[in-house]
Design a binder for this molecule. Structure first.
Ligand code: ACM
Ligand code: ZN
Length: 788
């Protein structure tokens, strides 16, 4: 039905909503990241085979975005729209129009306006990127089935609710990182990863292409990088930290690399989605895989092999005194810069142990010649020299925050990972900063109770915690804050061997980063985000993304009340409004189990299990917590040596609150002692029969926590004279990298009477010789002293 309405008129209806009404948010829309402003309107627009998809100008970006949109609809079984130029500014009204904003000044480069009325859709932006983001919003307004391209359904109605949306990003840098060295990920997965970034309006893919465990990019001038450095001996069956190095005669069969053609293909795929790929080539450390092929670039001359697992400390690094190292790196970067149009080139710079430099004649000679006072200044020399080269090619250098040490290169951008302090320092020096601090942005950390999660490197960063991150630290002035370009999520893959696992770790936490980076700070709202995620989960399921439901875990908190001699149990979750059901007898909760409505009391031994149920279905594995009612529960503890304020658990009541910790050392139930013995006395209040005393200690050497070397229990009636009833040495092997809970308990009933119980747990003081923390203070973690 032709109405002959002209385009100018169409623009008129679309562009005259009153933008003063913008700003109010409507949660019935599930757009993520939250747009800067949405105004909902009555009605819908239905896309059919008759709908015209028009581009207002002959422009490569307009066409690109329109084709991507049409393709998505078609692949999902939707209408088949042909992209056509809009002739003589007329349209029949049943049209989707993609156009550049005529008044470009009213929108920032990456901004867009999306106006949906019952007559049609008008998407305008100032750039291809802006239009692409508007197109992503439009896709999110279509039913979730628009993401179903694997088994598309026929006969769906493709309706879009009417609205006026005006949107733009908060930060110019919205990034996700992926480490493809620790494990190699095939090109197809890289495309899928880029699709996820694009869906959430992220614009940077930081590709960690080289590291100790494998070089992943073809460099024509140095073929050994892909013949030797890309391959390691296959010990994938062993834990990351326990893999022996390659022996003579063993073949290096595990690895892979991207050819230059692969790289070009990926770069183009990303560019089509307005994503810049920042390549990272690590230097001076995290480079032993290069030294395995080119040992002359080291300080010692080698030989080296590509390590199949943990490699710490990073002693064997590029020699800073050897000019051939710079020739090599400049050659490599020349090819890299040919392949990647990115303005930024990442040179790593992190975790360089300087022991080889301290002993190397050439490095020391360099320091003398250049007047460098220590090895930190030598690293600074190294990075500055690389920066000069990178700048000479019209590009900019990024490095991890260690590049601050010894003096920052003049133009460098700093990626702040060891907290935000490096970022603050750099911003104050007038340098640009990307924020990616470990506690919020490291997605190799656990996201839910480690007891039930696939093994991760450590840490504990839930979805809600990620979402709480604010990239601009309060310490900065407004001017300094402008140097914060944005935040990035990092996926390091030591413990992530497959694409499915990488998805599990990255999603949905990356969506939280996307919203932090895109949406106005004042619109950030956890409950609202959580609700908007539901529709995203549906989409992710259609896309076959193995996302984590860890944010749907129930949290169990307990509190012992000495007056009533009861333990109060409080259940909660990150998910407001979703019912929690529980049991207290150790059985798995079902949809028929008790619904949690308010805190409840426990007065006897119990085993609590709790889980969230959506539509009667278990959402994620239950959480569990044993509550032990023993003689010492609620009894006062005297500390002869004090615990660390860093791990107080719930303070002085922790060891007698009936609650044990789990394998997560940050679960708030473990009390930590740094470099000292544990020495405590429990007062039972009156003399009573004591049949057993038991304790449990955490062993987690990766987090520098070691079970004590010996544990001793003594009893006393008066608190003055003691007799020892138990003494046991730590039965664990000295070198132990498993995370486990080690019990110490008398084997036979004690048949004793006592009022006071003393627990001594002897620390070895320092981390052992084999450990990365050798000679530094180590931890003892204790959770409960159980007395019967
Ligand atoms: C890093 O995590 N070493 C940057
Ligand atoms: Zn050297």
């Amino acid at each position: 039905m032709k109405t002959g309405r002209n385009f100018a008129f169409l623009i008129t209806i679309f562009l005259f909503p009153i933008f003063g009404a913008f700003g109010q948010q409507n949660s019935s829309f599930s757009i993520v990241p939250q747009p800067a402003s949405i105004k909902m309107k009555p009605g819908t627009f239905r896309i059919t085979n008759q709908t015209m998809l028009l581009v207002a100008e002959r422009d490569i970006d307009l066409k690109n975005v329109a084709i991507l949109f049409a393709e998505q609809l078609r692949l999902a079984g939707g209408p088949f729209l042909r992209v056509e130029p809009m002739l003589d500014e007329t349209s029949d009204g049943n049209a989707i129009i993609f156009a550049f904003n005529k008044k470009r000044e009213s929108l920032p480069t990456e901004g867009y306006r999306l106006n949906i009325s019952p007559n049609g859709i008008l998407l305008t932006g100032n750039s291809g990127a802006g239009l692409f983001y508007g197109m992503q919003t439009l896709l999110q307004l279509l039913p979730p089935e628009v993401c179903n391209i694997s088994k598309p359904e026929e006969g769906k109605s493709w309706e879009v609710p009417c609205a006026d949306i005006k949107d733009e990003p908060r930060f110019p840098y919205r990034g996700m990182h992926l480490d493809v060295s620790r494990h190699f990920f095939p090109k197809d997965f890289i495309f899928k990863y880029i699709d996820l970034l694009a869906m959430y309006k992220m614009n940077i893919f930081h590709w960690h292409l080289t590291d100790d465990n494998g070089w992943r990019i073809e460099i024509k001038k140095y073929p050994e990088l892909t013949e030797v450095s890309a391959w390691r001996v296959d010990h994938e069956d062993l834990p990351w930290g326990e893999r022996p190095p390659q022996e003579a005669g063993e073949k290096a069969t595990y690895g892979g690399f991207y050819t230059q053609d692969d790289i070009r293909e990926v770069v183009q795929y990303a560019a089509q989605r307005y994503i810049t790929i920042i390549p990272e080539i690590e230097m001076p450390a995290h480079s032993v895989e290069v030294l395995a092929a080119y040992p002359d670039l080291s300080c010692t001359g080698g030989p080296f092999t590509v390590p199949p697992g943990s490699y710490w400390p990073n002693s064997d690094i590029f020699c800073a005194g050897n000019d051939n190292v710079f020739v090599f790196l400049e050659d490599v970067l020349s090819e890299v810069m040919e392949l990647f149009p990115s303005e930024y080139i990442h040179v790593g710079g992190d975790e360089a142990t300087k022991t080889r430099w301290e002993e190397c004649q050439k490095c020391q000679q360099r320091m003398k010649e250049e007047g460098l006072k220590d090895e930190k200044e030598l690293q600074s020399y190294f990075i500055k020299r690389m920066e000069k080269f990178i700048n000479s090619r019209g590009k900019k250098l990024i490095g991890w925050d260690e590049i601050l040490e010894g003096g920052l290169a003049p133009e460098a951008t700093v990626m702040s990972w060891r907290g935000v302090e490096g970022g603050i320092a750099a911003a104050r020096q007038g340098h640009d900063v990307i924020m990616t601090p470990t506690p919020y942005c490291y997605f190799d950390y656990y996201q839910a109770d480690p007891q039930f999660e696939p093994k991760a490197i450590g840490g504990f960063t839930t979805l809600k915690k990620v979402y709480s991150f604010e990239p601009i630290p309060e310490e900065l002035t407004v001017e300094e804050g402008k140097h914060i370009l944005g935040a990035q999520g990092n996926v390091w893959t030591e413990y992530i061997p497959t694409p499915e696992h990488a998805e599990y770790m990255a999603v949905p936490r990356m969506i939280a980063i996307a919203e932090i980076d895109w949406s106005p700070a004042k619109l950030r709202n956890w409950d609202n985000f959580r609700q908007r995620l539901d529709s995203q989960f549906e989409r992710l399921e259609y896309m076959g993304v193995n996302y984590s439901k860890g944010s749907f875990k129930a949290d169990i908190h307990t509190h012992y009340d000495p007056k009533s001699n009861k333990v109060q149990v409080i259940l909660s979750s990150e998910q407001p409004g979703i019912p929690i059901r529980y049991t207290t007898n150790g059985n798995d909760p079902t949809a028929a189990s008790t619904l949690y409505t308010a805190p409840f009391d426990i007065a006897a031994n119990a085993y609590i299990k709790a889980a969230l149920f959506v539509d009667g279905k278990l959402k994620e594995k239950p959480s569990e917590m044993p509550v032990i009612f023993h003689h010492a529960i609620g009894k006062p503890v005297t500390y002869l040596a004090s615990y660390s304020t860093r791990y107080p658990a719930s303070g002085p009541g922790t060891l007698t609150d009936g609650i044990r910790g789990n394998t997560n050392h940050r679960d708030g139930r473990w009390q930590g002692y740094l470099g000292t013995d544990v020495e405590i006395i429990i007062d039972l209040g009156k003399e009573m029969p004591v049949r057993s005393v038991s304790t449990t200690f955490l062993q987690n050497s990766r987090s520098w926590i070691f079970a004590p070397s010996m544990v001793e229990f003594s009893l006393s009636s008066n608190g003055k004279t003691w007799h020892s009833v138990y003494e046991k040495r730590n039965p664990l092997p000295e070198k132990n990298e498993e995370i486990l809970i080690q019990p110490f308990s008398n084997a036979y009933p004690l048949d004793a009477k006592a009022r006071y119980i003393k627990v001594m747990a002897y620390s070895s003081g320092n981390c052992p010789d084999w450990h990365e923390g050798k000679g530094e203070k180590c931890w003892i973690f204790l959770d409960e002293v159980v007395v019967y």
